[in-house]
Design a protein around this ligand. Sequence first.
Ligand SMILES: *Cc1c(COP(=O)(O)O)cnc(C)c1O
Length: 391
Amino acid sequence: MSRPDIAAETVAAIRAVVGVAQSDVALHAPSFEGREWDYVKDCIDTGWVSTAGSYVPEFERRIAAVCGVEHAIAVVNGTAALHLGLMMVGVRPGDEVLIPALTFAATANAVAHAGAVPHLVDSETGTLGLDADKLDAHLSTICEPGETGPVNRLTGRRIAAVVPMHVFGHLVDMDRLSEVAARHRLPIVEDAAEALGSRYKDRPAGSLGAIAALSFNGNKIVTTGGGGALTTNDADLARRARHVATTAKRAHRWEFDHDEVGYNYRMPNLNAALGCAQIEQLDGFVTAKRRLADRYVDAFAGVRGAHIFREPNFSHSNHWLNTMVLDADQADQRDAVLEATNAVGLSTRPVWKLMHRLPMYGDCPRMDLSVAEDLERRLINLPSSASLGGG
Ligand SMILES: *Cc1c(COP(=O)(O)O)cnc(C)c1O
């Protein structure tokens, strides 16, 4: 049997979805079809452009509502949110933090910013996220109980937290992970940067751990230009996070009184104004993206040697990015597919290089990563702007 020309078939399938008339099709472009201009202009007209102003608390209320939690703290970006979130659950310099090897570099960077060491965990093919059972077996092999949590016998360091990341908006199997994390006494910090509007069973992403981090970077489903947020049901964590994010300044009418090392992480009002307008459209974005995902499934039904990744049955995904998966025996076609699609203006991207392939994380402790290594060769992201799923 001759080998399929996956590159040519992929170009045709993407064209069938996005329309042949489109020339330059972005991987993910934001949509500004709501009240963005009104709200941002209001900031400038009233002079409230910085960290004081009414859009910040309003944006926080809306984020908390979407995530089904009591508290949201808006910050300057998702990396800062993760950094703060890790500190809030007690990650200290010299600890290890469990993260997937298959993630965007920001997850590992936030761990490093907290002075801790990423400990890399394998993924599973059904969710693209952390494999809770494999993690459980790994921890049982390498850890001994310590006074403040499990200790990695191989490095002597405490393991202080686990960070599930919901890849492209698909939920990690959180019931399984929560059970494993509780048994090993590990707090969960959700990296929900890609999953705003997704649900695990009937529970929203952002409500599934001790604390969660969101991103509103320009390429995410909702953007504030740059921005992020922490979400939590824990009033004490929320209060401390807000304090540390605001230079740890104690409220006073004129004194500059700071009681610990603080961060300047608060989101400016201008960005929150954009975010308020964007979040009003979130339901529409998710609907459009789910429609787009269905169209990709149909269009790729005839592509030999590849298929479209489908959401796990417990995940109602926002389909932030749509992903094609090459068959195992077609992985060597990946770069040909990337070449052919980008050459005709259809933006496609491989998944991230695994964290241990990056020079700064090459020596990090890790388990067997064979599934993540297999996925790394086979995943390609497709144009996924909400505007492509309209009508
Ligand atoms: C976007 C993203 C972040 C945070 O990104 P910022 O650009 O700092 O807002 C963190 N983790 C993942 C998985 C992401 O995709």
